[in-house]
Design a protein around this ligand. Sequence first.
Ligand code: FMN
Length: 213
Amino acid sequence: MTNDLRELGRQFQQAGLSERDAPAEPASLINTWLTQATDAGIYLANATVVATVDADGNPTSRTVLLKDVGGRGLVFYTNYESRKARDIAGDPRVACLLVWPGLSRQIRVNGLAARVSVEESDLYFASRERGAQIEAWASDQSTTIPDRETLEERFRHYERKFAQGRVPRPAHWGGYRVSLEAVEFWQGRPDRMHDRLLYEKSNGAWHVSRLAP
Ligand SMILES: Cc1cc2nc3c(=O)[nH]c(=O)nc-3n(C[C@H](O)[C@H](O)[C@H](O)COP(=O)(O)O)c2cc1C
């Protein structure tokens, strides 16, 4: 960690998170913290751990990259036939975790995952690098494959197939938006006297409460 990051973490610890500074809704504060983490030089500050459960109630989690954060929720992109997608199809309740240990900050989100519109997925897919677009065709995410060569052969196959023009978005690849149902902001403070503000939605309005550290 650079000294700058350490110093910024100390400043955040001193400043804390008070009800006074908490906005009326959580999305803007998520964006503020994301921006501050990015500006602090944290690489992939938008990395988020998403936890799902399968039909037997077994939890599992994995990292994804957030591509949009707004009042309607957190958006990430993935394969619609992956393990996470199967889990979400059976139970859309997910938990997301953003953590920046160097800044003494974490955000926990509970919400319901739903596919974004095809237009939104098309738009984002078109913005990806060509290699990532080809990979979306070549990889049946979360399935067992015999070896790496098989995957590379599939990559070459789709490279040849889409040699001319743009790569279309495969129907099995797109975004999910996780609605914001409960959001907790954790700001580390000296002496472990941390700040925890929990936003919960009831009857369409946000209610903020403070949790003991
Ligand atoms: C830093 C990082 C970012 C990642 N971003 C994504 C992502 O945006 N979308 C995605 O499908 N997988 C992403 N992955 C891979 C996932 O963690 C995971 O391996 C993959 O989605 C398969 O998960 P599943 O089998 O639970 O569906 C990322 C992994 C890391 C370490």
